[in-house]
Structures are given as C-alpha cells and as structure tokens.
Design a protein around this ligand. Structure first.
Ligand code: MN
Length: 480
C-alpha cells in the first residue's frame, strides 16, 4: 500500500531534477473555540505521502542522498489523549517511509540547510508554511553573498507536474474510484426510493448519506446538493431544507469519497414517482445530450468536443420545446442556449471532485487517453422568473468572454457585455409556462478505456421508466 506513494514520489522527484520541492499538508480550521471543522488532507500532499495528519510538510530533494523528508507534529501523550494518535517523527520514518523526519517547527531550519546548491524551489505560494519557506529562502540567499553557494533563484509551481501525475489514474485509484461510484449509486438509488411528497430535502439527504457511510465511505466528496422544485435552478444549492411538494422534481448532486477518491453523481426525478409531461420532455432532452456525449467518449476525442456535442443536442431540444427560438445554428452562434444551460459539460474526477489537470494544451482541447476519469453532466434549468427573455444577435465566444473577465474583472466585463447587447438586435421570447421552474441535470462518471469509455455510475438508472420503477420499491432506510 505505501509502495504506491513511493512510486509517485519517484515520478515527482524525477521531474524536480536538481531543484527542491516543499509540499504542505492541510491545516485544521477552527469552527469555534476548541472545535475544528472536519479535517481532510490536502490532495497533493496525500498523493505523495499517504500521511493524513494536519500541520505537516514534505520536502523532496532529489540531489540529496536522503531525498524524502517529512515534517510532522511531534508525539505528545497529553494532546493525543484529547485529539487522537500522532505518528510522530519516528512513525514518519518507520511507517511512512521518510528518509528523515523532524518536528514541523524545524522546517525553516532544515530548509536553510537544504537550499544550498539547489537551482529552483518548487513551492505553491499561499500556504501556512509560507513564512518558514520564504524566510529560509531569504536567509539562504543572503548567505550566498559570503559563501558563493547556489541557492534557488526561482520559485516554480509544482501543481503543473502534480496535476499531470494525478490526471491519469493508476489501477489502484481506479479500483477505489469504482467503489466510490458503486456506493454513490447505491445512495442515489435509496434517495429515489425514499423521497415522497411531505418529506424534506434533509430527510432524503440523511437516507442517502446513511447508505454512503454504512457502505464504507469515510465522507462525502463535496457537500450534497438536494434541490427540489425551483431550488434545482440554483446550481450549488446546499440549504437542503425545503419540503418536497407533490409534482416537484428533486435534483440530487452528491457522492461518496472512498480511499481519497470521489465520485460525482446527479440524478433528477419526480418526488411523487411520475414525471409530468413537461418534466419528461425536458428530461429527455438532457438525457439525449448526455448519451450523445457518452457515446462519443473514446481515446482521441478532444475534451472540448464533449461540450460542443452537449450544446448541440441541448439547443436542438430547447428549440423543439420552444424554450428558445431557432434556427438551431443561430441559437448556438449567439449562445441563446446559455439562458438555460450555463455551466460546462464535465470536469476531471479524482482525489478532488473537480480534479487536477489542464483541459486545454496550447489552446486546444486535450485529447482523451485511457485512465482519465471525468464527469458528463448536461442540464437544463428554467428559472421560474424567466417567463420572458431577451436574446441578442451577438456572436458568443466563450474564450473571448473568459479573457475579457480575466482582464477587466467580472463586474466590468459584465458592464461591457451589457453595453454591446444594447447596440445589438434583440429578440424577446416568451418561455412556455409549463416549463418554468423545471431544473434537470444528469451526471455520470466515465473512465476512458483503450477502446472507448466505461460508465462507472449506472448502478443508479437514468431511464425515466426505470427511475419510476425504482421509486416504487421499498426503501431500505426506515422512515422515522
Ligand atoms: Mn460534477
């Protein structure tokens, strides 16, 4: 088991060359007084160390004959009787394979020494050990004048290398992710069985998360979104405190984390067990978009192609339903579909639910290769207040808009776009009332294989008839 971390360290150190890297652990954050928020190790740190305590740092110094150094909280029987066991300095060496280990308080001192002779410092600025790392660097640089030693003259972002290492999943990671996906699908299936008008979003969340935990998940991969009715049109709705009303859809975006890998599933279903005609019409469009993308997923497909495929099918559906006017090519060119579909079609999936890794290389969508894992999650959200929408005949360019927001800041960019719109031709469109307040998203987790892709999350159905049948099953979690 620790072997896997040693392999990753070797790969990482190969890339560092004659530099030195410092990778910090996560720190605990205070919730109130002496109570902390639930601790979860920083993904990059865990990826390289397998060490899950707070207040630690790892140093990777490939030119040294003892290249891997861990800095940890020292053993402290009194603190441990309050807050749990610590590996301590000895444990860091014996159990976690460090060549050297020190109390975290010694980080600056050891770095001062190790910085001599190193070309570059690989370090992601902005962590709690900044003062130790930068202080040691400053001292090493001022000593250089007297000694003539080389010390790091540049600070390099280790995230670029680490995210590439994390992007292609190993067999062990795929196994853990598969289990996270299996458990998450079980939880979603239970939510569908459990949801009834009169029960609250919280009730359903509890039943689902019970299944996650009871099946072996240590935690959720992200806060569960359990959004009924109009709440589904709020993308990151987490209040989860509404009562399920007869006739509402319930959108659940939630998943379990297993072995530091997170699944990510969304299902949308009727709380009374029957899709209305309007709900089903919107649902069928989203499902068609999702299946078109999944069918296309194979090695070589560019990441950005997935979004283009989803946008085309969703836009065709929106025009058919009368949500937006046609023709389809104009609705795509002018970005009218964005009135009801305003997020990306997926993201890398792994240790972080929105996992590490570049989506584009040299401005081009990255081709899929076996071992990549990602989500496919189209949606349509018809917010209740959108009974009448203004659409502009103004070509939409996602890259140009992102660039504008980057240069000008979000609010100035919005002002500039609004000004452009005021000069453009405008179409005012009435949205059919039966669709108002309907929000649907369907999300599955895909693994790229040598010949295509494997859907890891179809343990919970997406077919509307199968969902209705599942709703009719007896839940395994009792209703209190
Ligand atoms: Mn997602």
């Amino acid at each position: 088991m620790m072997e896997r971390f040693a392999q990753r360290r070797a790969q990482f150190m190969e890339r560092i060359g004659d530099g030195i890297a410092v990778v910090p652990a996560a720190t605990e954050t205070v919730r109130n007084d002496d109570v902390h928020h639930e601790f979860r190790q920083a993904s990059n740190f865990f990826f390289l160390t397998g060490f899950d305590e707070p207040d630690a740092a790892a140093v990777f110094d490939p030119s040294h004959d003892r290249p891997y150094v861990l800095f940890v909280r020292p053993r402290d029987p009194e603190m441990e009787s309050w807050n749990g066991k610590r590996a301590g300095v000895d444990g860091a060496r014996e159990r976690f394979g460090a060549d050297e280990a020190y109390p975290i308080a010694d980080l600056g001192k050891v770095l001062r020494d190790r910085f001599r002779g190193r070309e570059a410092l690989w370090y992601d600025l902005g962590s709690r050990v900044d003062a130790d790392v930068l202080g040691a660097l400053g001292q090493a640089r001022s000593m250089r004048i007297r000694t003539g030693n080389t010390v790091p003259s540049s600070i390099v972002d280790p995230g670029v290398v680490l995210s590439e290492l994390r992007l292609i999943k190993s067999d062990g990671e795929i196994e853990a992710l598969r289990e996270a996906c299996r458990i998450s699908a079980e939880g979603h299936a239970e939510a569908i069985r459990f949801a009834r008008p009169g029960r609250s979003e919280h009730d359903v969340e509890a039943a689902m998360e019970y299944v996650f935990r009871a099946s072996g998940a240590v935690r959720e991969g992200y806060p569960s979104i359990v959004a009924s009715g109009h709440n589904a049109c709020i993308l990151h709705y987490v209040e989860n405190d509404s009562v399920l009303a007869d006739g509402d859809l319930l959108l659940i975006d939630a998943a379990a984390e297993v072995g530091y890998l997170s699944s990510d599933i969304t299902r949308t279903f009727p709380v009374n067990g029957r899709f209305s005609e309007a709900q089903r019409a919107v649902y069928d469009v989203v499902l068609a978009a999702q299946e078109a993308v999944i069918d296309a997923c194979a090695p070589g497909l560019r990441y950005t192609d997935m979004h283009d495929i989803a946008v085309r099918v969703l836009t065709e559906g929106m025009v058919d339903l009368g949500l937006i006017p046609g023709p389809v090519d104009d609705a795509i060119r002018y970005g009218w579909y964005r009135e009801f579909y305003f997020h990306g079609t997926g993201h890398w999936l792994g240790m972080d639910v929105h996992d590490a890794g570049a989506y584009k290389i040299d401005g081009e969508g990255r081709p899929l290769v076996p071992g990549m894992t990602f989500t496919v999650e189209p949606g349509i959200y018809v917010a209740p207040e959108k009974s009448e929408i203004d659409l502009f005949e103004l070509p939409f360019d996602a890259d140009a808009e992102r660039d504008l927001a980057y240069r000008e800041g979000a609010s100035e960019a919005k002002r500039i776009i609004t000004e452009r719109e005021s000069d453009a031709a405008k179409v005012t469109h009435r949205v059919p009332e039966r669709f108002l307040g309907i929000g649907v998203r369907i999300e599955d987790d895909l693994l790229v294989t040598s010949s295509g892709c494997e859907n890891l999350t179809r343990g919970v159905p997406v077919d509307p008839d199968e969902i209705e049948a599942l709703w009719n099953e007896t839940p395994t979690v009792p209703m209190i």
